[in-house]
Write a protein that binds this ligand. Structure first.
Ligand SMILES: [Zn+2]
Ligand SMILES: [Zn+2]
Length: 249
């Protein structure tokens, strides 16, 4: 008789393994492609995501297990399918949802930086090392959806004289702030800086929505969900969303 296994998938929909129980050594806490966290059960009802069907004595028919869009226990859309649906609504809806589009770009940023490291015959590339690289690459990616992107240069009180550039999307009344963590800029300092920046942008006449994109490829932020929920807020006239990417180190 056979046995039904579960599969493990990252929140962006990359399959990690379809033999979650049978081959525990294939499990990963976060996705090797995009860095996102992984799940093997529905987050609403805990039903396992259907994986490979093992038949004793038979090995590898080679058919890969598809990644489903909906939970077979409760019918809920899985996060990757939800993202896709949100994106469709955001790009084709009556009014573009700038917030969702930027979230989508940010959620795949780590994939883009990794892809850029590989070029034909080792040609030159944009290798993301510091915050300026993150700014420039994000600026380019914002062009996919936005025409009017205004770099806003300012010198924060904590930066000891060095200035930073954030982006104002004037039509959408969104400001995108960019940070990259490093050993000297871990969670505590990022949090403190963001509190200062959020207060500043609250008073900005063109800013109704603030997205703080924190690129954390080396995992200096130990509890990204905690930091996000500490700082996220939604008032009537001002919304802040902190996105720490990737998560799940
Ligand atoms: Zn992934
Ligand atoms: Zn479910």
């Amino acid at each position: 008789m056979g046995q039904q296994d579960a599969q493990q998938v990252c929140l962006n929909g990359h399959q990690i393994t379809d033999s979650y129980h049978y081959s525990p050594n294939f499990r990963m806490k976060c996705c090797s492609q995009c860095g996102a966290e992984t799940i093997h059960q529905c987050q609403s009802c805990q039903t396992e995501i259907r994986g490979d069907y093992h038949v004793e004595g038979f090995f590898g028919f080679g058919d890969s297990t598809p990644v489903p869009s909906n939970c077979e226990g409760c019918g809920a859309l899985f996060p990757w399918a939800k993202k896709q649906q949100d994106l469709t609504v955001a790009t084709t809806g009556p009014r573009q949802d700038g917030f969702k589009l930027i979230e989508h770009i940010c959620s795949r940023f780590h994939l883009v930086t990794k892809q850029l490291r590989t070029r034909y015959a080792d040609r030159g590339s944009l290798i993301v090392v510091d915050e300026y690289d993150v700014q420039d690459l994000l600026h380019g990616l914002l062009r996919i959806h936005f025409d009017d992107i205004r770099p806003e240069e300012w010198t924060p009180s904590y930066a000891g004289g060095s200035s930073r550039v954030d982006f104002l999307l004037k039509d959408e009344q969104i400001i995108v702030e960019v940070k990259k963590t490093r050993e000297s800029l871990r969670a505590k300092h990022v949090g403190e800086q963001l509190i200062v920046d959020i207060a500043r942008y609250r008073a900005h006449p063109d800013c109704k929505n603030l997205i703080c994109f924190v690129y954390d490829p080396d995992g200096w932020v130990a509890n990204p969900h905690g930091l996000e929920s500490d700082l996220n807020r939604k008032d009537e006239d001002f919304e802040v969303k902190v996105l720490i990417v990737p998560k799940g180190h």
